[in-house]
Design a protein around this ligand. Sequence first.
Ligand code: MRU
Length: 340
Amino acid sequence: MGQNGAVEALRWIDPPEGPAVALLDQTRLPDDEVTLVCRDVPALVAAIKILAVRGAPLLGIAGGYGVALAAAIGADVASAADVLAHARPTAVNLGWAARRVLAAHIAGGASGALTEAHTIAAEEAEASAKMGEHGLALVPDDARVLTHCNTGALAAGGEGTALAVVVAAHRAGRLKHLWVDETRPLLQGARLTAYEAQRHGIPYAVLPDNAAGALFAAGEVDLVIVGADRIARDRSVANKVGTYPLAVLAHHHDVPFVVVAPTSTIDPDARTGADIPIEQRDAAEVTSVAGRRTSPEGSPAYNPAFDVTPGDLVTAIVTERGVITRANGGNLGLPGGTRH
Ligand code: MRU
């Protein structure tokens, strides 16, 4: 457990117990808090693929430490960086961090790589605190906030991205209620966001994803706050599948739709949302629930892990640098440059 009730999702273990990357296995939450110790890159890549560690900024931190781990155990660092960068395709942070630590290894060897991985982790934690502060300005009094997927300490450095804003609003006495989309099919909302909200003492309720429309129609949502896995220069936002329908609902009901993400999630090479690769996952995640088949044997399924919300449906993007709106932001060539 980290500070203020936040969970510790990932930590580096030095020798003699390490070198290793220790993860809180998110596939076992909320019931079992089990640490998964990865002592080589294939073990870490396997953990990334099954979502034992997940969430774009945390994937970046994991990827950075993975490259440092390869260097520490004398593995092929360049191929480790390549495998890690491609373990999941949508979260841009993964390849960004892997390449950054690879460059540090070329310049400074194993110790340079580890220092850079620690730096990325520290930067992301600091970014999270800043996003919480900046995002708070967008939360009205007595806010009823709807969120999707998990964007807390289990998904990022520090207290998270979107959830860091929710936590800041709760501490400021401004949050009336958090609506937590269950987030089919892997239930990151029902399992992970509810787990974190409970630890923070945030008043919340989980809803089936398909109840969101009824919730808006009943006038129960004042603000939608979500994270992002990759943001294109035209402000299109790739995030957990089911985010786009929420943005359409928010637009229809005149509710602000806010995206919170560190600048490491902005991809300067993606001109539009069409340039963002969308991960397609196994049909079994849709055709079974908790390991029990719910569709006829052999049923095909459509299972994209993410969808893309066009920028014109996004009211504001909160980064560690401040709040970008249509009015002040121009395009995301970002004044001052991105961190890529
Ligand atoms: O498939 P996941 O669980 O890795 O997807 C995570 C999300 O979609 C989050 O909303 C996103 O990474 C932003 S969170 C910090």
